[in-house]
Design a protein around this ligand. Structure first.
Ligand code: AMP
Ligand code: MG
Length: 335
C-alpha cells in the first residue's frame, strides 16, 4: 500500500480517508495515534491488522466536542461531567458504559468504551472534518515503543496505512491516563501525566488505582496470580526496544555508580551500551523524552540499554516507570 504523507494543510484529505473507512496516523498531544472511524467495524479491524494488535485490546475513541460523548454512552454522572470540565481537552481517557451502536471491535467486546478529547488542534480538526468519532490506539507496531515523532510513525507504519499526517513532536510523550468511571469508585487503569491527586482534587473523592499497576514482576509479562489488570492492554509485552534493557533502582548516587560499572564491563566485552538517566524529579521531561530515547538508541543499534529508575510512587514519575519497567521486560537490578 502506498502511504500518503500529508501536511497540516491537507487535513480535509486525511478526513476523507477516515470517512471512506481508511487509516490515518495523526499527532495528538500524548503520542501519535492510528485512527479509523470508530463506528465502522471494518475500518477498526484494519487498525488491529496494521498494528498487529491483539483483538481483545480496546481502542480509545477520540472526539472533538465534549458533548459528542453522548454518541458513545447513555448518561453522564456528576463526576464524569466534572472530569470533562476540568481535564478536556487533555490526556485523560474516561472509561464509561457504552451505547449499543459502538462496535465490539472498538471496545474489544467490553460493555464499556474509553473516550477522550485530545488537546491538539490537528487531531481536533481531523475529527471535526471526518464527522465521526475516531478510534485511535498509538501509531506504532504492537509491542514497540509508542511514537512521539513523525519519523517514528513512518518507521513503523509506512506502507501499512493510507496516510500519515506530519505534525510536531508530541508535547506529553506518554499515553493518556485511563480512568474507569463506569463503576462506583473511579479507578486508574493506566497512569499518565494526570495523576490520582489531580483527579481527587477535581472530584473531591478518593480515586483507586488498579493494584495490578504495582506488580513489578508479572510472569512472562502476562498471567501471574496477582497480575490481572482491568485494562486489557496493560497485560501485553509493550514498548520493547530491540536492545536488552535493565532498570537500575535505588539510591540516586548508587544507581549512577552501578550504571557506570555495568556500562564499563559490558563495553569491555564489545557491547554498545546506551544509558537513559533523567534529572532527579524531572518527571515531565522524562515523560516527554522516554519513548524518543528508546527509539533513538534502537536506531544507534545499541546492544544494551541501562536505565535509572525514577523515584515517585504515584505521580508522573510513576507513570513513566510503568512504561520503563515494561520496556525492560521487568528486568530490574536493585542497588
Ligand atoms: P493505546 O490506544 O495503545 O493507548 O491503548 C489504549 C489503552 O486503553 C489500552 O491499555 C486499553 O486496554 C485501554 N482501554 C481502552 N478502552 C478500555 C475499556 N473500555 N476498558 C478498559 N481499558 C480500556
Ligand atoms: Mg499503545
Amino acid at each position: 500500500m502506498d502511504t500518503k504523507i500529508l501536511t497540516e494543510k491537507e487535513i480535509q484529505e486525511a478526513a476523507a480517508v477516515i470517512k471512506e473507512g481508511g487509516l490515518v496516523a495523526f499527532p495528538t498531544e500524548t503520542v501519535y495515534g492510528l485512527g479509523a472511524d470508530a463506528l465502522n467495524e471494518k475500518a477498526v479491524a484494519k487498525v488491529y491488522e496494521a498494528k498487529g494488535r491483539p483483538s481483545d485490546n480496546p481502542m480509545i475513541v477520540h472526539i472533538a466536542r465534549a458533548s459528542d460523548i453522548g454518541q458513545l454512552t447513555p448518561r453522564l454522572s456528576p463526576d464524569i461531567v466534572t472530569l470533562i470540565e476540568n481535564f478536556w481537552p487533555g490526556p485523560l481517557t474516561l472509561v464509561v458504559k457504552r451505547k449499543e451502536g459502538v462496535p465490539d471491535r472498538t471496545t474489544g467486546g467490553l460493555d464499556t468504551v474509553g473516550v477522550r478529547m485530545p488537546d491538539s488542534p490537528i487531531a481536533l480538526e481531523l475529527i471535526n472534518w471526518a464527522g465521526c468519532p475516531i478510534a485511535a490506539p498509538s501509531a506504532n507496531l504492537s509491542g514497540k515503543p509508542s511514537p512521539t515523532r513523525f519519523e517514528d510513525v513512518v518507521e513503523d507504519l509506512d506502507g501499512k496505512v493510507d496516510a500519515i499526517i506530519k505534525g510536531p513532536d508530541c508535547r506529553v510523550g506518554i499515553e493518556s491516563t485511563v480512568l474507569d468511571v463506569s463503576g462506583d469508585t473511579p479507578t486508574i487503569l493506566r497512569p499518565g501525566i494526570i495523576t490520582p491527586e489531580n483527579i481527587e482534587a477535581a472530584i473531591g473523592k478518593k480515586v483507586a488505582v488498579d493494584p495490578a499497576l504495582y506488580v513489578k514482576r508479572p510472569e512472562n509479562g502476562s498471567g501471574g496470580e496477582e497480575f490481572k489488570p482491568k485494562s486489557p492492554g496493560m497485560k501485553y509485552r509493550h514498548y520493547a526496544p530491540k536492545a536488552d534493557m535493565t532498570v537500575i533502582e535505588g539510591n540516586r548516587e548508587q544507581v549512577k555508580a552501578e550504571i557506570q560499572r555495568l556500562k564499563a564491563l559490558n563495553e569491555r566485552l564489545g557491547n554498545k551500551v546506551g544509558v537513559i538517566l533523567f534529572e532527579e524529579k524531572a518527571f515531565i521531561e522524562a515523560a516527554h523524552n522516554f519513548f524518543a530515547q528508546l527509539r533513538d538508541l534502537d536506531r544507534q543499534n545499541v546492544d544494551l540499554i541501562l536505565a535509572g529508575a525514577l523515584s515517585d510512587t504515584d505521580g508522573v514519575g510513576f507513570a513513566v516507570m510503568n512504561r520503563m519497567l515494561k520496556s525492560a521486560g521487568y528486568n530490574i537490578v536493585r542497588v
